[in-house]
Design a protein around this ligand. Sequence first.
Ligand SMILES: [Zn+2]
Length: 88
Amino acid sequence: MKKTTQSPSLFPKMYCSLFGHDYEVTKKVTYYVKEYTCSHCKKQLTTNSNGNLIELTPKFKEINAILERIHSKRTSRLQREIATSSIC
Ligand SMILES: [Zn+2]
C-alpha cells in the first residue's frame, strides 16, 4: 500500500528553508511593534518588548490587540491636542 504524504504546503516550506522567509508587514500595532507574515509559508512573527522578532502565538496576538487599542487611543488624543493647539 502506498500513501502520498506530500502536501501542497511542502514547497513553500522548502523554499523558506532554502532561501529564508520573505516577511511582509501585515499589521502595525504601535510605532515599534509590527506583525509580519511570510508570503511563502504564512508563518507569522511579531516584535516583542525587547524589539526582537518572535513567533506570533495566540497569546501575543492578544497582547498586540491590547497594545493596538492603547496606541490608537493615545494617537487620537495626541491628534486632538495638536488640532486644538494649532487653533490658538
Ligand atoms: Zn516562510
